[in-house]
Design a protein around this ligand. Structure first.
Ligand code: PMP
Length: 307
C-alpha cells in the first residue's frame, strides 16, 4: 500500500491524521523490530456499495496467537480490536480495494525482552493488485534458508521474521527474478518471502504442511477449501522437494497481498510453457468473486464495513 494515500490511522484508541501517528525512536519496536501484525484486505463491491473485509476473524485470531507467542501484554480484548478495526476503516470512507495494517508494537523505553507497554495502530490504505494477471512471476529457489520453529518461528507474524524474507527477496530481484522460494532447514520447499506456494502434479494440488516452516496463511487455507469444494480437486499437504517445483504442471503463490499469482518459471525451468495454468486461473476467478462479495454462498467469509 502506498503510505502517502493513508488518511486516518487509529493509534492507541484515537483516530489521528497519518502524519501525526508517531512512535518514539527509543521504543523496542523501533530498535529491535519488536512487533506483531496483520494485513487484512477489504474489497470494494460497487453494485452493493459495500466494502468487504476478507476473513477478518481469522486474522484477529492469528494476531492473538502472535501476541501470545511473543509474550506481549496487551490491554485490548479481541472484540475491542475488531471494533477499532471497524472504526478505523469506516473513518476513511474508502470506496476502493484497501489493505488494513493492524500492528501491535512494544512501546515505552524497555528492551527487546520487555512485555509491555504495548501500543497498537490500525492503518487502512488503498491497495490494488501486486502483479498483473497475465504476467505471473519468475522465481528462483533462494540461497537463504527459511527460519524455523527452533529459532524464530515463521508461524508468528512479526516484523522481525521479515528480515529473513528481505534477504531472499532482495537476492532474487538482484539476480533478475521477481521473487524467491525458500527451502526449510530440512531442504524441503517452505514458502515465498511473503506468500505460500501450491503446485499441481498429476491432477492433485500440493502444498507444504503447516510444519514446513511457513506462516499459517489464511489465503492458503481458503484456497485449499475452494479447490476441494469448488473444483473437486484432491488437495494434499505434504513435503515438496525442490526438483518437484521444476516439473510441476503449474504452480502459484498466494497470500493477502499476493492474492493468487501464477509462477511462470522456477530457476528458469518453465512451468506450463511459461503461461498461467488453468487451475490457477479458475481458483483466481472463484477467489475474487468470493472476496468481492459476488458469490453469496460465501458471505460468511466477509465482514461488511458500512451499514
Ligand atoms: N507467508 C508469508 C511469509 C507471508 O508474509 C504471508 C502474507 N501474510 C503469507 C505466507 C500468506 O499469508 P496470508 O494468506 O494469511 O496473508
Amino acid at each position: 500500500m502506498s503510505s502517502e494515500k493513508i488518511k486516518k490511522i487509529w493509534l492507541n484508541g484515537r483516530l489521528v491524521l497519518a502524519h501525526e501517528a508517531k512512535v518514539n525512536v527509543l521504543t523496542p519496536t523501533c530498535q529491535f523490530g519488536a512487533n506483531v501484525f496483520e494485513g487484512v484486505r477489504c474489497y470494494w463491491n460497487d453494485e452493493d456499495q459495500q466494502l468487504y473485509a476478507f476473513k477478518l476473524k481469522d486474522h484477529l485470531k492469528r494476531l492473538q496467537n502472535s501476541i501470545k507467542l511473543m509474550r506481549f501484554e496487551i490491554g485490548f480484548a479481541e472484540e475491542q480490536i475488531e471494533a477499532a478495526f471497524m472504526e478505523a476503516v469506516k473513518a476513511n470512507s474508502y470506496q476502493e480495494d484497501i489493505e488494513v495494517r493492524i500492528n501491535v508494537f512494544l512501546d515505552g523505553s524497555g528492551s527487546w525482552y520487555s512485555s509491555g507497554p504495548t501500543g497498537m495502530f490500525i492503518a487502512p490504505g488503498p491497495k490494488g493488485r501486486l502483479y498483473e494477471k497475465e504476467k505471473g512471476v519468475h522465481c528462483c529457489v533462494s540461497s537463504w534458508e527459511r527460519i524455523n520453529d527452533r529459532s524464530l518461528s515463521p508461524r508468528v507474524k512479526m516484523g522481525a521474521t521479515y528480515m529473513n524474507s528481505r534477504l531472499a527477496q532482495l537476492e532474487a530481484v538482484q539476480n533478475g527474478y521477481d521473487t524467491a522460494i525458500f527451502l526449510n532447514d530440512l531442504g524441503k520447499v517452505s514458502e515465498a518471502p511473503g506468500s505460500c506456494i501450491f503446485i499441481m502434479r498429476n491432477g492433485a494440488l500440493l502444498t507444504p504442511p503447516l510444519t514446513a516452516s511457513i506462516l499459517e496463511s489464511i489465503t492458503r487455507a481458503a484456497l485449499m477449501e475452494l479447490a476441494e469444494n469448488e473444483l473437486k480437486l484432491k488437495v494434499i499437504e505434504r513435503d515438496i522437494d525442490r526438483t518437484e517445483l521444476y516439473i510441476a504442471d503449474e504452480s502459484f503463490l498466494c497470500g493477502t497481498a499476493m492474492e493468487i499469482v501464477s509462477i511462470l518459471s522456477v530457476d528458469r525451468f518453465e512451468l506450463n510453457q511459461g503461461k498461467p495454468g488453468l487451475i490457477t486461473e479458475k481458483l483466481r476467478q472463484i477467489f475474487f468473486d468470493i472476496a468481492r462479495g459476488k458469490n453469496k454462498r460465501y458471505l460468511d467469509w466477509l465482514t461488511p464495513i458500512y451499514n
